[in-house]
Structures are given as structure tokens and as C-alpha cells.
Design a protein around this ligand. Sequence first.
Ligand SMILES: Cc1cc2nc3c(=O)[nH]c(=O)nc-3n(C[C@H](O)[C@H](O)[C@H](O)COP(=O)(O)OP(=O)(O)OC[C@H]3O[C@@H](n4cnc5c(N)ncnc54)[C@H](O)[C@@H]3O)c2cc1C
Length: 294
Amino acid sequence: MTEPLALYHPTSVEAAVALLDEFGDDAKVVAGATALTIMLRQRLIAPTALISIGRLPGLDRIEVRDDVIELGALVKHRQVELDERVRAALPVLAEAFGVVANVRVRNAATVGGVLAESDYASDPPAVFLALDAEVDVQGPSGRRSIPIAEFFLAFYETAIEPNELVTGIRVPIPPAGTAAVYEKFVTRSSEDRPCIGVAAVVRLADDGTIADLRVSVGAAAETPQRFTDLEGEAIGQTPDDALLRRIADGYAERIETLDDMRGSAWYRTEMVKVWVRRAIEGAIARGRAGATPA
Ligand SMILES: Cc1cc2nc3c(=O)[nH]c(=O)nc-3n(C[C@H](O)[C@H](O)[C@H](O)COP(=O)(O)OP(=O)(O)OC[C@H]3O[C@@H](n4cnc5c(N)ncnc54)[C@H](O)[C@@H]3O)c2cc1C
């Protein structure tokens, strides 16, 4: 006989964490429920307790400071997309959330949900990775921060413990003169998840050479991919066609691309070559057009 499903509505982060600690793997957090409902319906998960976090205070806020944007775990994708302060300080962040699915999904899906779900074919993670964001989590023994580069471990697997809750994410705003873009490449409907998505962050020095370059590729492998040594090789170089091709080919060689209904591994590798180059070109063009900061 299957256990009855209990639904909890804690009203503090501490109470939610205490429930997670009590139920362990038998519990599931519910935020916007866009992914969770599908997993339940398809019987991919069978929790005995659902812990709805919609009533937790303070997690639905966006704070924009001089050097950082803080997104609470309950902030909706649509909020990030439309927030004028985010759009002014870090347009690429609003743009990446604005290309997720459709308005109906974006009105429900939360920042904490897209992080905790760790679906390889999500859009925001690649941008978070390129921007060196830090995820804030809270568990029974207190709070901790996880650098985004250490957060996504594998398919649907993150560095969060079963009794921890994502409470938010902090995204550093790059220095003035930096520009960034997110390129989402889809192979089916325009509302689909990405076949690949590339985030590029670029700052040029006064002499036109590259002073800072960050590139991350999402949806191509189990987790978003970034290679800081390849980025480092570009520093001090003129961003000509040969350099951009070298970087793009380097990413394509290193990423162990996967096969799914959105594209074969071979096709994804070819698309990495194309879209890494285009994303860097796009960030350079945006920087030259004066769209700073990123
Ligand atoms: C039709 C459709 C199209 C989509 N297209 C795209 C797309 O194009 N691009 C894209 O990036 N994404 C896409 N998505 C994915 C969507 O963005 C995610 O489903 C959503 O971000 C999950 O957020 P949520 O708040 O609904 O999470 P939920 O469904 O509530 O939860 C998802 C998972 O995260 C856990 N969880 C949620 N919040 C927390 C927290 N604070 N702490 C710990 N664990 C937590 C839950 O227990 C669950 O395991 C699509 C989804 C749908 C349904």
C-alpha cells in the first residue's frame, strides 16, 4: 500500500528545514511546482511529504546593490525578466530568464527551483556560471554559500544536502566596461528548452585586447561547462576571427556532448563551435555599443 502524501506549509525557513531534516529523502520541497508536478505525474518520484515553501517570508525579493544582485529563492523567472533595476545593472540576467519556456511557466517557476532541479537543459545556470554567482543554502546547522562552479554535480544532482533549502543566489555585477550576452539555440519550438545555450562575458582593454573573458555552455553536457584555462589564454589577445575560432573549437573539443531529442552529440559539438564564437562576438559588439555594465 502506498503511503498517504502529507502537505506542509511552514512559515519560516527554520521550520521548513526542520521538516526536511525529519523526513529526509521522503520529502520534496515545492516552490513553483512547474517541474515537480511533472515528476509526480510521471511517477519519477514518490515522496510521502511535500513541503510547500510559498509562505516563507523574505525569499521573494530582488536586491540590486552597487556590485551584486541578490535573488531570493522564491523570486519568479518573470520578476527577474521584468525588473528594471536588473535590466539596467545586468541585462544579460533579465534576458536569460526572459527566454525560459513561455510566460505561463515564467510566472510560476522560481529561481530556487531552477537551481535545485539541476536539469541540464535549463537556461539560467549557464549565465550564473559565467557570472561567478554564489548559491545560499540553509540547513539544520545554519547557512552556507556554494560557488556556482561547485553547485551542479550531475543530472538532477546538486551540492545541496537533502535537509538543506536553497534560500537565494548572489550574482556579482562585473566592473564597468564589461558586456555579456546569453545565446539560446533551440532546435524545435521557440518555447523549448535549449539544444545549447552559451553565456559570454567580455571586457576589452583600451587597446582593444581582451582584459576579461568568461564563457559557459549550458545544455550540452550533464552540467554547464566552463574552462577557465581556455578563457585565460585569450587575455591580452586581439579578439580576431582566428582567436574566437580557437576558443570555440577548444570548448567543442573538451565538452562531452550528450544526445537527446534536441540534437545528437555530434550536432551539439558542431553547434558549440558556432555559438561560442557568436556569443563572444555578441558580447564584444554589445560592449562597443556602450551597453555597460554587462
Ligand atoms: C513546459 C515547460 C517548459 C520549460 N522550458 C524551460 C526552458 O526553456 N528553459 C529553462 O531553463 N527551463 C525550462 N523549464 C523548466 C522550468 O524553468 C523549471 O521547471 C523551473 O525553473 C523549476 O522551478 P519551480 O519553482 O517550478 O520548481 P519546482 O517544480 O517547485 O521544484 C523543482 C525541484 O527543485 C526542488 N526545489 C524547489 N525549490 C527549492 C528550494 N528553494 N530549495 C531546495 N529545493 C528546491 C523541488 O523539490 C524539486 O525537486 C520548463 C518547464 C516546463 C514545465
